[in-house]
Design a binder for this molecule. Sequence first.
Ligand SMILES: [Zn+2]
Length: 153
Amino acid sequence: MKYLADEMLGKLCKWLRFLGYDTEYFSGGTDAELLLKGRLEERMILTRDSRLFNDVKNKGNAVCFIKFDGLKEQLLQIKNEFNIKDLSGRFRRCSVCNKLLEEADREFVKKLVPPYILQTKDEFRYCSNCRKVYWKGSHSKHINEIIEEVFNE
Ligand SMILES: [Zn+2]
């Protein structure tokens, strides 16, 4: 399942990327553009806007109305509605731009990360689109705690 989060769901979008799910963020465009993107890319549209939800649904697009404002409740809803169990893609996708990350070694990232990180970490992942570098620990304990709480891992 691929997702398309509307403007009001930026945080949820980022968290679905943490979990490894292909999620695009839509902002600044018209409802018609949102609909078209969802259809062309075969994405489940996620929206917090009931008017938009009804409109999209009536036009036959795949759409899910997110019922909650809180992040944990939103994640739980997604987990239950789409029966999400597989978290093997966790932290393998760029949370900024949604691209899949590539494995990188110390040599590759040496000019891209602070010296302290270079000395203490040896596994890195790199986004070839926005050039962000990730390493173990760059996703805070807090993020893991929330994921574990929601998914009972
Ligand atoms: Zn990126």
